[in-house]
Design a protein around this ligand. Sequence first.
Ligand code: NPW
Ligand code: K
Length: 524
Amino acid sequence: MTELLSAAQMRAIEQAAIASGDLTGLELMERAGYGVVAALLAEWPDLAEGRGAATGVLPRTPAFLRTETEARRALVLCGPGNNGGDGFVVARLLQERGWEVAVFLYGDAAKLPPDARVNYDLWRVMGEIAQWEAAAIIGQAGAKVPDVIVDAVFGTGLTRPLPPEVAAVMTGLPAGRLVAVDAPSGLCMDSGRVLGEAAASAALTVTFHARKLGHVLSEGPLHCGALRLVDIGLGRTAGEDVTLAGANAQLGKGSGQHKFDHGHALILSGGQGRGGAARLSARAALRVGAGLVTLGCPPDAMAENAARLDAIMLRQVGGEGLAQVLADRRINALCIGPGFGLGALQARHVAEALGSRRALVLDADALTLLARDAGLLAMLHGDCVLTPHAGEFARLFPDIAARLAEPATRGPAFSRVDAARAAAARAGCVLLFKGADTVIAAPSGACRINAAVYDRPAPWLATAGAGDVLAGIITGLLARGLGAFDAAATGAWLHVEAARSFGPGLIAEDLPGELPKVFRRMRL
Ligand SMILES: NC(=O)C1=CN([C@@H]2O[C@H](COP(=O)(O)OP(=O)(O)OC[C@H]3O[C@@H](n4cnc5c(N)ncnc54)[C@H](OP(=O)(O)O)[C@@H]3O)[C@@H](O)[C@H]2O)[C@@H](O)CC1
Ligand SMILES: [K+]
């Protein structure tokens, strides 16, 4: 499992390693600085060469003919903490490579923490440090355009909005190769939210030991650019508090198993002309491996659905309620919401489904019904999965959503992880909070993030019906016996994998049919 750390967890890991005597803070800082230099040279291989070769047109300049004017230029911006200390290491290592390096310090050198101070002193033997002045920095970046600007002002220690003179630089620098050390300054590493109004926008962010929550949540990916992870020799983990959602190796089917070994999902549909969404869910539930899937629909929609379904079975569910259908105990997972409707009968069906204590996905219209009726909300139980997008979340948990919408002015800022955990605890069930950074939380506090960012974007998932498919995938996994938390996290992961497998041009109908390719790649 890939863990995502908070700033406090990272500090605890670092301090434990130092206290154990395995490593010193200085060694960690040296490795961090080295890692940044290695990562930026790997990201832009032309920077590892002489200036002539970088054009791709001129022949490479032999080393003995290179002049000072051909040296690579870096502008290194250092801050008052250990992030700044990393910056001094980067400055030293680049100058040792023959680069021309200018360093600016925000803060008082006399107050630098000890390891940062050592690296400040090492750099001072090699070069100058100019005191922070926004106009001078921006002017220098404009006149003597650097090949790389290194943002080592604030990292995981940022606790409040950037001071105006730092914000002016971060928003005034020319667009280019801005490398953020650990974090783009201004970004809260616990929430991925900008504290105040300004944060650096990096082309490359190099972080250490493990990704932080802020790298994947909210605006984090927008500000980080590309994200690279460097191993600095810290073996310890924080116990995998929050992890990235990933593949689930238990999705294969054993030979010799019967269809009833893989569960029976019931998907409830809306009335005539409104069944498309539920049919998408049902198809996804079947494709993800539920042994049987039944679509339950009102009498007026029977003919329409019968004409459109083959492997999926059809049952009439009208005013008589769900009791007759649910008398079949083999039906072990339900999905209610896609295209369902918002009337009193539908609310009654939601209550019956909740009362049956079956594993249950509540999506779309079912979420609206829940938001309208505190009695229904009180019936939620641990085998339920709620799948709200931001609007549905705000209707269900208005106070939590309001807290999330407040401007972030102090770190750690209230995050989407905090919001999902609070909502799951209150609802007493699993909650899947949709977004490019989908957060899945359980009442216990267990949490996974399904990140469709960086090298895993899925922009074509923003299409009608994609959510109905996700609800169906999760329902199918519940039918197959996964617990609610695993079903939601695995379902979210499969959903993005299917979208990425199909690629541009994706519509919701394509998603279920893409799952077999995903499974083949997983070697199921
Ligand atoms: N953990 C590890 O294993 C390793 C960590 N490493 C590196 O250390 C970094 C963390 O260092 P860090 O803890 O010193 O925090 P950092 O981000 O430098 O800033 C803290 C300083 O800024 C100040 N300050 C905060 N906000 C402010 C504001 N808005 N405006 C003004 N001031 C503000 C704050 O002061 P205070 O809040 O006390 O007033 C404090 O002085 C981490 O990101 C990584 O790069 C690596 O060396 C390798 C191993
Ligand atoms: K930084």
